[in-house]
Design a protein around this ligand. Structure first.
Ligand code: IMP
Ligand code: ZN
Length: 348
């Protein structure tokens, strides 16, 4: 069978690296804006003008302010948080995603009187609402990863860990992440938080943004991150030979690779064909999982990421099926979920 015969949307897929606020479609942001405008609650520009459809060339300099000075001012109350979360879930489901680990940085919304714990609880309740909706025919199951932002103080990072502890028991939160502007640092202050996570919450997965930019790709930073014993790492761009070997030596580490994000944001040199997916996807010691990162910003749904690797790296249908299936090994959602997913996955 030829590569072209694969229906990438119908292919059951897992998404392990998606930021909630970065996954909101522009249409959905527009709906939030309209409601705020009608209520006289915003002077912000219409999202369809601020972020025109088809504009995906955000780089590391323009990308992070988009959240702090725009999207966070739109998604600033319970209604908007619930509405955007439901929309993100429905977009992933429509793209054939059957398991999603959505990550988000807990954010208090002072004007709406919302604490960080209520922020997390609101998202979890939107997930439950989506999954129990009788009109929802999708197979999508969603878990949450809570992110520490590189800009956080140590007490703020401990707060994220406390929220993981609070919500992990109910099965909603399955992991902790380090994200944010790679130009910010140093990150070693967070070591004790990840050490405590490993020691006191052994079932909580650890995933770290890793070597995303040259500034965050120094050997010193990467050895520090690896010393926190992550289960998965994201982006994995600026690695020297020593770090590459160290990543392989760990055995079974998940690599969350985000092609469109890296190409559109100019994080790698060259186009899709020069992406480091080509270097890693056949490496037996690691598990590559294709991911979207911020589909609302970069515009490429997961189905398209699979189509891209097939096109640029010549993966056959068999390769595609085994790529998705291998990813199941590194989810944080537990053995029962892995069994469900293996039952859903296409065999080559
Ligand atoms: P949120 O955590 O749900 O609010 O999603 C948006 C946040 O995710 C941004 O403010 C960034 O801190 C983080 N983020 C999104 N994409 C990236 C990335 O590619 N690298 C690092 N951080 C990111
Ligand atoms: Zn990311």
């Amino acid at each position: 069978m030829t590569v072209d015969a694969v229906d990438y949307k119908a292919l059951p897929k897992i998404e392990l690296h998606a930021h909630l606020s970065g996954s909101i479609s522009r249409q959905c942001l527009h709906e939030v804006w309209l409601k705020k405008k009608e209520n006289g609650e915003t002077d912000l520009q219409d999202p369809l003008i601020k972020m025109p459809l088809g504009k995906h060339d955000y780089d590391l300099k323009t990308f992070f302010p988009l959240f702090s000075s725009y999207i966070y001012h739109l998604v600033s109350d319970i209604w908007a948080l619930r509405h955007t979360t439901l929309s993100v879930l429905s977009d992933f489901a429509a793209d054939g995603v059957v398991y999603l680990e959505l990550r988000t940085t807990p954010r208090a919304m002072p004007q709406a009187g919302l604490t960080k714990a209520q922020y997390v609880a609101t998202i979890l309740s939107a997930i439950t609402e989506f999954e129990s909706d009788p009109n929802n025919t999708s197979q999508l199951k969603t878990k949450l990863i809570l992110s520490i932002d590189r800009r956080n103080t140590l007490p703020e990072a401990y707060e994220v860990l406390a929220l993981c502890r609070q919500f992990a028991g109910q099965g909603g939160v399955v992991g902790i992440d380090l994200c944010g502007d790679p130009a910010r640092g140093p990150i070693d202050i967070f070591g004790p938080v990840f050490e405590e996570a490993k020691r006191t919450l052994p079932n909580l997965g650890i995933t770290l943004h890793f070597a995303e930019a040259e500034a965050s790709g120094t050997e010193e930073e990467l050895l520090t991150l690896l010393s926190w014993r992550p289960d998965r790492i994201g982006h994995v761009i600026h690695l020297n030979e020593k770090i590459r070997e160290e990543v392989k030596r760990r055995g079974g580490m998940g690599l969350e690779l985000c092609l469109s994000c890296n190409v559109h944001a100019g994080m790698i040199c060259g186009g899709f064909e020069s992406h480091h997916f080509g270097e890693w996807w056949k490496v037996e010691e690691t598990v590559v999982v294709l991911s979207t990162d911020d589909v609302g910003v970069f515009g490429s749904p997961l189905s398209n990421e699979y189509a891209l690797v097939a096109k640029h790296f010549g993966l056959t249908r068999t390769d595609i099926c085994s790529l998705v299936r291998r990813g199941v090994d590194v989810i944080f959602g537990g053995d029962e979920e892995k069994e469900r997913l293996r039952g859903l996955m296409w065999s080559a």
